[in-house]
Design a protein around this ligand. Structure first.
Ligand SMILES: [Fe+2]
Length: 331
């Protein structure tokens, strides 16, 4: 494993976070709505302590783990079989805590066509999805990907909070900083020669029909490189053998530099979505309420990206602004 960034937060602060989130929940807030309430703020002392522990990772490292941040939120109930079956009232304190922590590192948002526009996503294995390339899969490895790589306004920070992980199913990471690539391959991957389609967690049956605007796989970024990579949903715009070889070489280099971040209940993983790709090893779901369960929040800080990305249509996927809406309504 490369250099790690691991933070801790003292137990009093963790309890204070759970208590503050519990109060907002008692007033009727949910993780999906709390940021739209301008009055819902964390106490200054707690926010300051959180700010020192929940910092964005260095791009050269690509991730940070905040150990045990959510250990004081109690039991969230059995792992549901589908994200839609999550009990949002019961999970409200945990979800609120995660949303508020995420809000400390950037602007929190969701997608209208993903998980019903919710702000706090539930990542858990679902019957029928075992072999898919989405977070609800299980028995097939989740391949390397940049989160929402298809969209120019994708998150640059991805927060994953662990509710339970009894089999220590690993989250896999690999960073562009540690990928050993030649200058020529880097040069080719800077060219906008691929298109990336939305993954199957989005409701878009027309993605293949939309205008194909070339996307670059790498871009220069503050002394390092940015990375946009999701080979499972990528089409090449060129037959050029040298480009295809460079793309393959990137996959090999990411595989060579891969490592597993173990997550225990209460841990928070922050991924720099421009510096690191992530995936997951295969595992056998039990569907008995004890399966691995993560909660995910998307954040835009924002960091600079290639200007040409602003010409992209993003497949008409619309963001949900966590600060301006009371949506999504409980179902
Ligand atoms: Fe992902």
């Amino acid at each position: 494993m490369p250099v790690q960034e691991i933070s801790d937060l003292d137990i009093e602060s963790r309890r204070a976070l759970a208590a503050a989130a519990g109060e907002f929940a008692a007033e009727g807030a949910l993780g999906d709505t709390v940021l739209a309430d301008a009055g819902a703020c964390l106490p200054d002392v707690l926010a300051a302590r959180l700010n020192s522990a929940v910092r964005p990772p260095d791009p050269g490292v690509g991730y940070r783990v905040v150990r045990g941040l959510f250990t004081e939120f109690g039991d969230q109930g059995p792992t549901p079989l589908h994200w839609r079956e999550t009990d949002r009232e019961r999970c409200a304190p945990f979800d609120i805590g995660l949303a508020m922590v995420a809000s400390l590192v950037g602007r929190v948002f969701g997608w209208a066509d993903q998980q019903d526009g919710r702000i706090v996503h539930n990542i858990l294995p679902s019957p029928g999805c075992e072999e898919m390339q989405i977070g609800a899969s299980s028995t097939t490895p989740l391949a390397w990907h940049t989160e929402d790589a298809f969209h120019p306004d994708r998150a640059d920070l991805l927060l994953l909070a662990c509710v339970r992980n009894p089999d220590a199913v690993g989250s896999r990471l690999s960073t562009v900083a540690s990928a050993k690539l030649g200058e020529r391959d880097i040069g080719r991957l800077l060219e906008p020669q691929v298109v990336i389609l939305p993954d199957d967690s989005y409701e878009d049956d027309h993605a293949e029909l939309r205008e194909r605007i070339g996307m670059a796989t790498l871009w220069p970024r503050r002394g390092s490189l940015g990375l946009r990579y999701d080979p499972s949903y990528t089409q090449h715009l060129t037959e050029d053998a040298a480009f295809r070889a460079a793309y393959q070489e990137l996959g090999r280099a990411l595989e060579d530099g891969s490592f597993i971040v173990p997550l225990a209940p209460g841990d928070l993983l922050i991924i720099d979505n421009d510096a690191a790709v992530h995936g997951r090893v295969a595992f056998q779901p039990r569907y008995d309420g004890t399966d691995r369960w993560l909660k995910r929040v998307l954040v835009r800080s924002p960091q600079a990206r290639p200007e040409r990305e602003q010409r992209e249509h993003g497949y008409q996927q619309r963001q949900v602004d966590a600060y301006r809406t009371q949506l999504p309504l409980p179902m």
